[in-house]
Write a protein that binds this ligand. Structure first.
Ligand code: MN
Ligand code: FE
Length: 334
């Protein structure tokens, strides 16, 4: 039995999943299945009352909520399209593809979450779903990801040279580390901070489930990147590592600009400076996760974010509902 390789493997029959070579892909698949949820399970009544009550939320709170719904509503579809149309084509290993199919399903659930939120709150879909074009701080994030993940969409792209494997890795960092690992996190911090303050608890709970899913996506993506690098060590040059690090630094700057736009004045003990610190802290974790040197050395201003990923703990703390969604072992990663 010849060993499979993750890229360009003539021994890989994409239909033959056993025997499994990359057991981490299988484990992330099972972790995803154990985390299954749907948005309709989360009641929205309190949110609807608070959203519609005059003076129930401040103008700044409403802006922050709307900006996050605007970013996430289209970002989830963008991510789903990237997985199905770009990554799936170039990652032929069957156990990785099994995970990618599961991830695509989760992105469909996330897309559904924002349909459900818009419907429940009675938001104008044209306004929310156009924000990725009309709000510059959101548009800049999306443009950055679309621009840095172009190689894989070229129909003639093949991972047949050092340069092209670097392009694949560059784009995977864009999809997983930057989009799912940095561009979602100012929004997570804002919406979960609202939840901690007992406001918009339905939307907050949905963000909590999304965060739990995204932390597995990020873990899978990092493992995929690391495996490609370990099987193709010649691609991991100093020049390439610097390029990846600089992209991650640029992403932190764009996400910070987004936070300033969402939170021009600061609310609920939250402001754009603290979010910047949090982004620097998580960017260092992401860099280390793909074996790059950290750059910021900032301490975590929101230790509660790590705890909130452990949903069971959070549920017991707030005693909002008794439903136990977790059906198996869970991965936690801030
Ligand atoms: Mn998602
Ligand atoms: Fe995701």
């Amino acid at each position: 039995m010849q060993r499979k390789k993750i890229l360009n493997c003539g021994n890989t029959d994409p239909n033959k999943i056993l025997p499994i070579q990359y057991s981490w892909a299988r484990e992330y698949y099972k972790a995803g299945v154990a985390n299954t949820w749907t948005p309709e399970e989360v009641p929205m009544q309190q949110d609807v009352e608070l959203w519609k009550k005059s003076g129930g939320l401040s103008d700044d709170e409403r802006r922050m909520i709307l900006w996050n719904l605007g970013f996430f509503s289209t970002a989830e579809s963008l991510t789903a399209n990237n997985i199905v149309l770009a990554i799936y084509q170039h990652v032929t290993n069957p156990e990785c593809r099994q995970y990618l199919l599961r991830q695509a399903f989760e992105e469909a659930i996330h897309t559904d979450t924002f349909i459900y939120c818009c419907d429940s709150l009675g938001l104008d879909p044209d306004e929310v779903y156009n924000m990725y074009m009309t709000v510059p701080s959101i548009k800049e994030k999306d443009d950055f990801v679309v621009d840095m993940t172009k190689s894989l969409f070229d129909p003639n792209f093949k991972t047949d040279s050092v340069e092209n494997v670097q392009k694949l890795l560059h784009d995977l960092v864009g999809y997983y580390v930057i989009m799912e690992g940095i561009f979602f996190y100012a929004g997570f911090a804002m919406m979960l901070s609202l939840l901690r303050n007992n406001k918009m608890v339905g939307v907050g709970e949905q963000f909590q489930y999304i965060l739990r899913d995204e932390s597995v996506h990020l873990a899978f993506g990092s493992e995929l990147i690391n495996t490609i690098v370990s099987e193709n060590p010649e691609v991991w040059t100093e020049e390439f590592r610097n390029k990846v690090t600089n992209n991650i630094k640029r992403a932190v700057d764009l996400e910070h600009a987004y936070a300033v736009d969402c939170l021009p004045r600061g609310i609920l003990g939250l402001n754009a400076d603290l979010i910047r610190n949090y982004l620097e802290y998580i960017a260092d974790r992401r860099l280390e996760r793909i074996n790059l040197a950290k750059v910021y050395n900032t301490s975590n201003p929101f230790p509660w974010m790590s705890e909130i990923i452990d949903l069971r703990k959070e549920k017991n703390f707030f005693e909002t509902r008794v439903t136990e969604y977790q059906t198996g072992g869970q991965l936690s990663w801030d």
